[in-house]
Design a protein. Sequence first.
Length: 76
Amino acid sequence: MTVSNYKKVFKQLQAKPVKLKRFLKHSSPKERNCGISKKRCERCGRAGGHIGKYGLNLCRQCFREISTKIGFKKYS
């Protein structure tokens, strides 16, 4: 189950507290302590293409959008 589907179901179960409690017990995604989904983009939340060097913590798409604003230059 992807994170977006989990949030969608969570929103639907707000009106049913007993089913929500059971859902959270059995179906919620587990908390990660390592791996690709632990490091997410601080700007958009995307997990793939993460740039963590120099403490950036951005995905490559967000980095391309704001790189000139934070002082990087393109050499080519």
